[in-house]
Design a protein around this ligand. Structure first.
Ligand code: DQA
Length: 140
Protein backbone atom coordinates (compact mmCIF):
# COMPACT_ATOMS: atom_id res chain seq x y z
CA UNK A 1 0.00 0.00 0.00
CA UNK A 2 1.35 3.37 -1.09
CA UNK A 3 0.58 6.27 1.27
CA UNK A 4 1.68 9.89 1.01
CA UNK A 5 1.87 12.15 4.05
CA UNK A 6 1.70 15.84 3.15
CA UNK A 7 2.55 18.43 5.77
CA UNK A 8 1.82 22.11 5.29
CA UNK A 9 3.35 25.35 6.56
CA UNK A 10 5.44 25.52 9.72
CA UNK A 11 5.30 21.78 10.32
CA UNK A 12 9.00 21.70 9.39
CA UNK A 13 9.49 23.40 12.77
CA UNK A 14 7.93 20.60 14.82
CA UNK A 15 10.09 19.88 17.86
CA UNK A 16 10.87 23.55 18.44
CA UNK A 17 7.62 25.27 17.46
CA UNK A 18 5.05 25.86 20.25
CA UNK A 19 6.09 22.68 22.02
CA UNK A 20 3.22 22.91 24.52
CA UNK A 21 0.81 22.47 21.62
CA UNK A 22 2.80 20.31 19.21
CA UNK A 23 5.29 18.40 21.40
CA UNK A 24 9.06 18.02 21.35
CA UNK A 25 9.59 15.56 18.55
CA UNK A 26 10.64 16.59 15.05
CA UNK A 27 8.64 15.12 12.20
CA UNK A 28 11.77 13.40 10.87
CA UNK A 29 12.14 11.56 14.20
CA UNK A 30 8.47 10.59 14.20
CA UNK A 31 8.55 9.52 10.54
CA UNK A 32 11.40 7.09 11.29
CA UNK A 33 9.27 5.46 14.00
CA UNK A 34 6.28 5.33 11.66
CA UNK A 35 8.35 3.75 8.85
CA UNK A 36 9.66 1.09 11.26
CA UNK A 37 6.21 0.35 12.60
CA UNK A 38 4.71 0.04 9.13
CA UNK A 39 7.69 -1.42 7.29
CA UNK A 40 5.30 -3.40 5.10
CA UNK A 41 3.86 -0.17 3.69
CA UNK A 42 5.30 2.24 1.13
CA UNK A 43 5.18 5.45 3.16
CA UNK A 44 6.25 8.83 1.78
CA UNK A 45 6.58 12.26 3.37
CA UNK A 46 6.42 15.68 1.72
CA UNK A 47 6.44 19.03 3.51
CA UNK A 48 6.08 22.49 2.06
CA UNK A 49 5.37 25.99 3.28
CA UNK A 50 4.10 26.92 -0.19
CA UNK A 51 0.44 26.44 -1.08
CA UNK A 52 1.02 25.72 -4.79
CA UNK A 53 3.65 23.07 -4.01
CA UNK A 54 1.14 21.27 -1.80
CA UNK A 55 -1.42 21.37 -4.62
CA UNK A 56 1.18 20.06 -7.10
CA UNK A 57 2.01 17.14 -4.79
CA UNK A 58 -1.68 16.30 -4.37
CA UNK A 59 -2.01 16.22 -8.19
CA UNK A 60 1.17 14.15 -8.54
CA UNK A 61 0.12 11.33 -6.19
CA UNK A 62 -3.65 11.74 -6.29
CA UNK A 63 -4.26 9.37 -9.21
CA UNK A 64 -1.70 6.76 -8.24
CA UNK A 65 -1.34 6.32 -4.47
CA UNK A 66 -3.75 4.42 -2.23
CA UNK A 67 -4.10 7.20 0.31
CA UNK A 68 -3.06 10.70 1.27
CA UNK A 69 -2.68 11.83 4.89
CA UNK A 70 -2.92 15.60 4.73
CA UNK A 71 -2.08 18.07 7.46
CA UNK A 72 -2.47 21.31 5.54
CA UNK A 73 -1.78 23.18 8.82
CA UNK A 74 -2.88 26.84 8.59
CA UNK A 75 -3.99 26.36 4.95
CA UNK A 76 -6.72 24.06 6.28
CA UNK A 77 -8.57 27.14 7.44
CA UNK A 78 -7.98 29.33 4.37
CA UNK A 79 -7.25 27.45 1.16
CA UNK A 80 -9.95 26.97 -1.45
CA UNK A 81 -7.14 25.90 -3.81
CA UNK A 82 -6.06 22.94 -1.66
CA UNK A 83 -9.70 22.01 -0.99
CA UNK A 84 -10.38 22.03 -4.75
CA UNK A 85 -7.34 19.82 -5.38
CA UNK A 86 -8.58 17.29 -2.80
CA UNK A 87 -11.96 17.11 -4.52
CA UNK A 88 -10.33 16.79 -7.95
CA UNK A 89 -8.34 13.58 -7.39
CA UNK A 90 -9.21 9.88 -7.04
CA UNK A 91 -7.04 8.99 -4.04
CA UNK A 92 -8.86 9.22 -0.70
CA UNK A 93 -7.57 11.89 1.68
CA UNK A 94 -7.60 11.78 5.46
CA UNK A 95 -7.21 15.19 7.09
CA UNK A 96 -5.09 15.12 10.24
CA UNK A 97 -4.16 17.61 12.91
CA UNK A 98 -1.80 17.21 15.83
CA UNK A 99 -3.85 19.51 18.04
CA UNK A 100 -7.59 19.53 18.57
CA UNK A 101 -8.37 22.53 16.39
CA UNK A 102 -11.97 22.71 17.63
CA UNK A 103 -10.70 23.47 21.13
CA UNK A 104 -8.57 26.37 19.90
CA UNK A 105 -9.22 29.81 18.35
CA UNK A 106 -12.45 30.27 16.35
CA UNK A 107 -10.59 30.70 13.07
CA UNK A 108 -9.26 27.14 13.45
CA UNK A 109 -12.77 25.70 13.67
CA UNK A 110 -13.28 25.96 9.92
CA UNK A 111 -11.80 23.38 7.57
CA UNK A 112 -12.10 23.93 3.81
CA UNK A 113 -10.69 20.42 3.29
CA UNK A 114 -12.90 18.47 5.70
CA UNK A 115 -16.00 18.29 3.46
CA UNK A 116 -13.93 16.56 0.75
CA UNK A 117 -11.91 14.28 3.02
CA UNK A 118 -12.71 10.68 3.79
CA UNK A 119 -12.39 11.55 7.49
CA UNK A 120 -10.68 13.81 9.96
CA UNK A 121 -8.38 12.79 12.84
CA UNK A 122 -7.26 15.47 15.28
CA UNK A 123 -6.05 16.05 18.78
CA UNK A 124 -3.95 12.93 19.37
CA UNK A 125 -0.57 14.56 18.95
CA UNK A 126 1.65 12.93 16.35
CA UNK A 127 -0.34 9.75 16.97
CA UNK A 128 -3.01 11.32 14.74
CA UNK A 129 -0.84 10.22 11.78
CA UNK A 130 -0.63 6.64 13.14
CA UNK A 131 -4.39 6.55 13.42
CA UNK A 132 -4.76 7.75 9.84
CA UNK A 133 -2.42 4.97 8.62
CA UNK A 134 -4.43 2.46 10.67
CA UNK A 135 -7.65 3.63 9.12
CA UNK A 136 -6.26 3.08 5.61
CA UNK A 137 -5.05 -0.41 6.60
CA UNK A 138 -8.28 -1.48 8.25
CA UNK A 139 -10.22 -0.31 5.24
CA UNK A 140 -8.23 -2.55 2.92
C1 DQA B 1 -2.40 22.09 12.86
C2 DQA B 1 -3.50 23.02 13.38
C3 DQA B 1 -3.57 24.28 12.57
O1 DQA B 1 -4.60 25.13 13.05
C4 DQA B 1 -2.26 25.05 12.65
O2 DQA B 1 -2.29 26.17 11.81
C5 DQA B 1 -1.08 24.19 12.35
C6 DQA B 1 -1.06 22.80 12.82
C7 DQA B 1 -2.24 20.83 13.74
O3 DQA B 1 -1.66 19.87 13.26
O4 DQA B 1 -2.67 20.82 14.89
O5 DQA B 1 -0.08 24.65 11.82
O6 DQA B 1 -2.76 21.66 11.56
Amino acid sequence: MKLQIINGPNLNLLGTRETKVYGNMTFDEYFKILKNKYSNLDLHIFQSNVEGEIINKIHEVGFEYDGIILNAAAYTHTSVGIADSVRSINTPVIEVHISNTISREDYRHVSYIGPHAKGIIMGFGLKSYDLAVESFISND
